[in-house]
Design a protein around this ligand. Structure first.
Ligand code: BGC
Length: 834
């Protein structure tokens, strides 16, 4: 892609051409103006890997661990390396722009996209995002930091107004973006779906033009979230450069007409077009070809090694009584739990992608054990029935199902298919499906065979945006066409799951067939936006008896030396488009964990969630690992930590409260009358639990190791507006490990306003051999470490007085572990900008 001369091109463009630049042409591409040498750009999701141009049946890619896991590495060098690999992945998919990282805030454990963001602290999120962006942009690919701003819940996310004080907005929600601007200059910003205090983010002059562009001096492209542009003139005037996706709803002819009437004036269009062209110029550095192929060239052992390293460093050892962990590879082992044989490697929504491969916890653990483990599922926790395609064979006998597309409905004589595909992931979001011969309304048959390995009742399920019916040996088992009921899957556009049951006989092979009708056949359209061709999810599994399964697990646990419970949630529970309804684990999983832990004292719980859950069994369970959604290598990373091949070094990127009621957003976490009140103000996460002195299961920054560390020799230097904190970290145990020195600052005098007890201002991770000591230095500007946002002046205020410096291995800052020092600010002052 050639370099371009922005101002020269701008002079030559007609109004129509300028306006054409200001919206996408399809889901993932911008408009090319070949006459002027302006190429089309390709965008791709997202925050934990590069999906390319297809939600449905995409080209496989490297899946990184979810945001909260990346945050838990507390390792900026590693995140920069991860970012670089994301950039290379974008190049392999011929994409110029990555739609990530995500740095919204986990106000509540229930946030559907909580897993996607880096963490609950603005410094952790901002420094982490900056590292990822530096890595991505070092390849020439541009990063898009999102979603700007206060997009912290999924409930009616497009219409909700976040009602938030300016102080909380600045100190908690905008600060991570500000730090990322300061430390990495992201190429693009994506606006949020919601509004702030009455003005939609995509047309909000105060925050787009005022704060971001003028105050922070940031110079880049602002795009809307997908279908998150809600006006023509207002959005353009406020500074929104690009409406996404295309074809435009608010720009195109409507914008041309408005400009001809001076709403907005032409110079505003010039400025928006200039931003787009400057962005195109930046993207040229990636060398990515226009409309190029999507490849899997990075599916190499080196990529696998990096993914495993990142996965390992994010895992947090929450609890390890009596040194139950690491487990022995020689002992007789039981693996139990719903997450064992599923590779739960990403959360749901636009962060989801088809990985090159994904290692299940069962496979990862089994590979390391000297004798094969025993296994039972223990409990079901799915929200939607597990993907059917992974359990079937195509008519040709390969794993998966066959999908044939027709322009005529089922029953039409002699109809011929126009497209034929084979796949295992029968979870299909058809927004970007394209076939030149497909009519507006089309149909598809999905077929596969299933052989029963025991006599059982089998349950089939269909979620659809469109219509769908499932047949087993030509007998109708599920009808999700005749009477459709809305649900919240597929970004809120599809039905609830309709299910049906059938009895199967051991050894018999059954023909499963699903008939699908594309979006225009949907009977619920009108209630919701139906993008593209619709969606379909086909799931199924054997029906089990919950209590009999738990009894079986307990009996097995008693016969084994050690037990690993693979528990957690999955992409159906933690997903874009829907918040969780409860912080409790689904089904009978809590009972399974409690009963199995009671039956065998060498029980380890491996928890795969992106955000915290209640743990009623915690006191009676000796060891717990927080393994998140760990990307392609999720099973291998879990095994590395469980058996001690990797000594865990992750630190919680968010607090784990005991109960939902303890969370400060408990009263205010859903849309009511079109708004959500951010009533906890700046007291998000540990800022609240510490201020209110409320016990949590695990505090922010917590994470154990198989070795021990000691901090010593704190020295605090404070001059020329900079705070520099140095200390020594020693590995006092007997195995190699890594420790994170976390720097917190606490105002010692009563400020003009209430302030959190202490706040994270920096961190450093250091790897140490047994007995080794290393010096660590953490630096930050005084104006950032001491400031609060003063609403009276609309500026940051650094108040004169004393500040305590606390360096510890967790926000718990226990006596005997934490080092404490002090610095003093001589005069009060105010500042703006970055
Ligand atoms: C999400 C964005 C994403 C976009 C494109 C939206 O639904 O909110 O984060 O980048 O879709 O997939």
């Amino acid at each position: 892609m050639a370099d371009i001369d922005v101002e020269a091109i701008l002079k030559k463009l007609t109004l129509a051409e300028k306006v054409d630049l200001l919206a996408g042409i399809d889901f993932w591409h911008t408009k090319a103006l070949p006459k002027h040498g302006v190429p089309s750009l390709r965008f791709t999701d997202g925050p934990n890997g590069v999906r390319g141009t297809k939600f449905f049946n995409g080209v496989p890619a490297a899946c990184f661990p979810c945001g909260t896991s990346l945050g838990s590495t507390f390792n900026q060098t590693l995140l920069e390396e991860a970012g670089k690999m994301m950039g290379k992945e974008a190049i392999a998919k011929s994409a110029h722009v990555i739609l990530g990282p995500t740095i919204n805030m986990q106000r509540s454990p229930l946030g559907g996209r909580g897993f996607e963001s880096i963490g609950e602290d603005p410094f952790l999120a901002g420094l982490g995002a900056a590292a990822l962006i530096r890595g991505i942009q070092s390849t020439g690919v541009q990063a898009t930091i999102k979603h700007f701003l206060c997009n912290d819940q999924e409930d009616r996310r497009m219409m909700v107004q976040s009602i938030v004080t300016e102080r909380a907005l600045r100190e908690i929600y905008a600060l991570p973006f500000q730090i990322a601007v300061r430390d990495s200059q992201p190429g693009a910003f994506m606006t949020a779906y919601n509004g702030i205090n009455g003005v939609s983010c995509s047309e909000n002059p105060k925050y787009l033009d005022g704060m971001l562009r003028k105050e922070w001096g940031w110079d880049g492209l602002i795009m809307s979230d997908w279908y998150g542009t809600y006006s023509t003139t207002e959005a353009v005037v406020a500074g929104l450069d690009l409406e996404m996706p295309g074809p435009p709803r608010f720009r195109g002819e409507t914008l041309k007409f408005n400009v001809s009437n001076g709403k907005p004036f032409i110079h505003v269009i010039d400025q928006r077009a200039r931003e787009v062209l400057q962005f195109v110029k930046k993207c040229a550095a990636s060398g990515v070809t226009e409309n190029g192929p999507e490849t899997t060239v990075n599916n190499t052992p080196e990529t696998a090694a990096l993914l495993r390293k990142v996965g390992n460093e994010g895992i947090v050892l929450l609890k390890n009584e009596n040194n139950v962990l690491p487990l022995s590879k020689k002992k007789k082992t039981l693996i139990v739990g719903p997450n064992a044989k599923q590779a739960t490697y990403h959360g749901g929504g636009s962060a989801a992608l088809r990985a090159y491969y994904a290692v299940t916890p069962f496979d990862g653990l089994s590979k390391q054990l000297e004798t094969p483990p025993s296994y039972t599922v223990g409990a079901y926790t799915h929200r939607f029935l597990p993907i059917l395609g992974e359990q079937c064979l195509t008519p040709d006998g390969a794993p998966g199902m066959r999908w044939r597309v027709f322009n005529e409905p089922p029953g039409t004589p002699n109809r011929q298919h126009i497209d034929e595909l084979f796949f295992t992931k029968t979870d299909m979001h058809l927004v970007d499906y394209y076939h030149p011969k497909a009519a507006d309304t089309w149909y598809a048959d999905m077929e596969g065979t299933y052989t029963a390995d025991e006599d059982c009742t089998y349950e089939l399920g269909l979620v659809v945006c469109g219509t769908a019916k499932a047949y087993v040996d030509d007998q109708l088992v599920v009808d999700n066409a005749t009477k459709q009921v809305p649900g919240d899957a597929f970004f809120g556009s599809a039905t609830r799951e309709e299910t049906g049951r059938i009895n199967l006989v051991k050894g018999n092979t059954y023909k499963f067939k699903i008939e699908f009708g594309s979006a225009p056949t949907y009977t619920l359209k009108g209630d919701t936006i139906v993008p593209g061709h619709g969606s379909l999810r086909v799931g199924g599994c054997k029906v089990i008896d919950d209590q009999a399964e738990i009894e079986k697990s307990v009996a097995l646990a008693k016969e084994h030396d050690q037990v690993i419970i693979c528990a957690g949630l999955n992409a159906d529970w933690e997903t874009e488009g829907a918040d969780r309804a409860s912080m409790k684990l689904p089904g009978v999983l809590d009972q399974l964990i409690a009963d199995v832990a009671a039956a065998n004292p060498n029980t380890v719980v491996v928890m795969q969630t992106g955000t915290p859950e209640e743990m009623p069994w915690l006191d009676a369970t000796p060891a717990v690992i927080q393994a998140w959604y760990g990307g392609n290598e999720t099973g291998n990373s879990i095994a590395d930590v469980v058996f001690g091949d990797y000594n865990p070094s992750g630190k919680l990127s968010l607090s784990f409260p005991k109960r939902l009621q303890d969370n400060p957003a408990f009263l205010n976490f859903r849309t009511e009358a079109g708004r959500t009140l951010y009533g906890e103000d700046v007291y998000v996460g540990y800022r609240y639990y510490e201020f209110a002195d409320k016990d949590v299961n695990f505090p922010f920054g917590h994470g154990l190791s198989y070795t021990t560390f000691a901090f010593s020799n704190l020295s605090v230097s404070h001059k020329d507006g900079k705070l520099s904190v140095s200390l020594s970290v020693k590995n006092t145990g007997s195995v190699p490990g890594a420790q994170v020195a976390q720097l917190y600052v606490k105002p010692l005098q009563a400020a003009k306003i209430n302030r959190p007890v202490k706040e994270l201002k920096g961190f450093a991770k250091v790897e140490l051999q047994p007995g080794e000591t290393k010096a660590v230095t953490i630096e930050e500007q005084e104006k950032y470490v001491a400031a609060y946002f003063d609403e009276e002046r609309d500026q940051w205020c650094v108040e004169k007085g004393d500040y305590e410096v606390i360096v510890s291995d967790s926000s718990a800052a226990k006596d005997g572990v934490a080092l404490r020092g002090k610095f003093t600010v001589g005069e009060t002052y105010w500042w703006s900008g970055v």
